[in-house]
Design a protein around this ligand. Sequence first.
Ligand SMILES: Cc1ncc(C[n+]2csc(CCOP(=O)(O)OP(=O)(O)O)c2C)c(N)n1
Length: 251
Amino acid sequence: MEIPWLVLPENDEEAKSAIDSIIDSCKKTSKPHAIVIKKGTFGSYKLQKKVPNENPVCREEAMKCVVDSIPSDSIIVSTTGKLSRELYEYRDEKGQAHEADFLTVGSMGHSSSIALGIALAKPNRKVFCFDGDGAFIMHMGAISNIGNLAPKNFVHILFNNGAHESVGGQPTLGFNINVPEIAKACGYKNAVTVSYIGEIKSTLKNVLDSEGPSLIEIKVGIKSREDLGRPKTTPIENKEAFMNFIESYGN
Ligand SMILES: Cc1ncc(C[n+]2csc(CCOP(=O)(O)OP(=O)(O)O)c2C)c(N)n1
C-alpha cells in the first residue's frame, strides 16, 4: 500500500526521535506513516477508569450455560476476543468438535451481520450470535437490519460486561444504554436482560419456544482466566469446517 513504516525502537530516546521525524514527514507529505510495535515494547498499564461491575456470573460461566442449554445442531457465530477463545476451549473440554462455531477473528462488530446472513439462508436452523457489548455498540446499525429482515430463527446473546475486557478492560457505554429497548425498537420480537444462571436457562427456554429475532442481554462480571489459550486451528480451517457443518444438515 506504499505506506512508509518503521519498528518503534525500544530505547526511549530513539523512540522519541523516530516519532518526531515521522510527524515531520507526515506534515510535509500529508500522508500516513505506520509504526510497528513489537510485543513487550511497552510495560503493563494500570487502567485509569474502571467500570463498577458487581454482576454475579462471569462471561465464561454464562457462555457455558448458554452452550449447554441450546440444541446441539445450533449454529453459533461468536464475536472477536476472549469469548471465542473461551468457547473454543469449552468445546475441547466437552470433547466436541468446533465445526458449529464461527469465530469472528479480528472483525469486531461483524458477528451479528454474519449470523444474520446465515439465519436467512438456513431458516430451519437456530442461529445464535454470541456478541460483546463493545462489538455490539461498534456496529449497532446491524440490529436495524436484523429487526427488519426479522429471521425467526435468529437469537442474539449479548455478553455485556461494560468493557472491552479482551484488550484490557477499557470501559464501554454498555451499562449506559438500554439494549432491550433499542433491540425492540429495531424490530426484535423478544428482548430481555438477565444476570443469573437460573434466569439465563429459563429465558433461553422461552426464546427457543418462540419466534425471533430475539435478544438476551446477559449482564456479566469482568474477569477472564490468565491461562486462557488460543484456537489451535487457523481461521481458514475454522471457516471450512463451519461451512461443511452448516451445509450438512440442509436448510
Ligand atoms: C475494528 C476493531 N477494533 C479493535 C479491535 C481489537 N479488539 C479485539 S477484541 C476487542 C474488545 C471487544 O470488546 P467487547 O465486544 O466488549 O468484548 P469483551 O472483550 O468485553 O468480551 C477489541 C477492541 C478489533 N479486533 N477490531
